[in-house]
Design a protein around this ligand. Structure first.
Ligand code: NDP
Length: 332
């Protein structure tokens, strides 16, 4: 039997694939581009036997997923648009996010072997931007972004807010599906904040970095400091472990977890780490001052306790990312 991973050729998905393979679990990696899928496989020669690539071109055609879920006992659904470079919020962000969740759940419900679906949601579906400290407070998995559907799809809404809507409404759709249809599987949703770390998915140039790592690269390559939206982050490798544990631990079924490092970050801190660790590029680093916002918290201890996640330190994550990104820059 296989575990199906969607978004397998993306930043987080490829790490999830690797975490499964490390444990000798057979993986069916779904991708929109077979070419990317093949390069994912070619980069893992040790695991040729364990790794199967499947092309899922369009989530709006669930039939293409019926093949993908054949012989599958669990699904890790990572795929969803994560970009702020859009002109039509509903068409480019919200509809595909919803279609993805629906298509996966519907296809899985047709296959009685599927027992668990882990869904990559986001802190975007948790955060309430109008909630401010003091008094100090802690976000937990009980919190939901109060954003309305109408506001997230509105033309004048910024893509950052529309993206938050895409994650909230896709996750809600999954909970509703399970409650109403009572399929033969349960779900676990994971809500990570900004995810950073080394790149293991097929990527040919730094310009194509995924949205979150692109923010680190803006600092490293001397562009401007990105806006400090939230001080929370998690290492991609720790998040991959969380996904696999959420799949394997029976007691995690039906739960929603926020997954975050206890350390907080700012792009000012990123600049300091790069200057210290990479002296050869210290003169080009984005200039500025951005203190760490430390007025509220996000629960990472429940996931640590219940999913056995151990959080990597921020310095290590930034170091590992920059090292990779610099070699990618050199190769071009
Ligand atoms: P990437 O952009 O690297 O990966 C996104 C993945 O989703 C890609 O594999 C892509 O497929 C797939 N995808 C995007 N749009 C569609 C679509 N319309 N139809 C089918 N597949 C699609 O980003 P990440 O790896 O960072 O994001 C993965 C998930 O994690 C997303 O659900 C995102 O919301 C969530 N997340 C990310 C955070 C972060 O900071 N990075 C934080 C919190 C949540 P393909 O490879 O074929 O292009």
């Amino acid at each position: 039997p296989y575990i199906l991973v969607t978004g397998a050729t993306g930043f987080i998905g490829a790490h999830v694939v690797d975490e499964l393979l490390r444990r000798n679990i057979k993986v069916r990696a779904a991708t929109r581009s077979l070419e990317k899928g093949e390069s994912l496989k070619a980069a893992r020669p040790k695991y040729t036997e364990l790794l199967d690539i499947v092309q899922v071109t369009d989530f709006s055609e669930p039939t293409s997923l019926l093949d993908a879920v054949k012989d599958v006992t669990g699904v890790i659904h990572v795929a969803s648009p994560f970009t702020f470079n859009v002109t039509d919020n509903e068409k480019e962000l919200i509809k595909p996010a919803l279609a993805g969740v629906r298509a996966i759940l519907e296809a899985a419900a047709e296959n009685s072997n599927v027992k668990r679906i882990v869904i990559t949601s986001s802190f975007a579906s948790v955060v309430d931007v109008n909630r401010t400290a003091p008094p100090r407070f802690e976000y937990t998995a009980k919190d939901w972004n109060p954003l309305s559907y109408e506001e997230s799809v509105a033309k004048e809404t910024s893509p950052v807010i529309a993206y938050r809507g895409s994650k909230k409404f896709a996750e809600l759709e999954a909970w509703k599906f399970v409650e109403e249809k009572k399929p033969g599987f349960d779900i676990v949703t994971l809500c990570p904040p900004m995810v950073f770390g080394p790149v293991v998915h097929p990527l040919s140039k730094v310009e194509d970095l995924n949205e979150s790592n692109a923010s680190l690269w803006k600092v490293a390559s001397g562009q401007e400091f990105p806006a400090a939206r939230v001080p929370f982050w998690v290492d991609v490798r720790d998040l991959a472990v969380a996904h696999v544990e959420a799949l394997l631990r029976p007691e995690a079924g039906g739960k929603r977890y926020t997954v975050t490092s206890p350390e907080k970050y700012s792009y000012g801190l990123v600049a300091d780490i790069i200057k210290e660790e990479f002296p050869s590029i210290k003169d080009r680093i984005a200039a500025g001052n951005q203190p760490v916002v430390d007025t509220h918290d996000l629960d990472g201890h429940t996931a640590a306790k219940e999913l056995g996640v151990k959080y990597t330190g921020f310095k290590q994550t930034v170091k590992d990312f920059v090292e990779e990104a610099l070699s990618l820059e050199k190769a071009n």
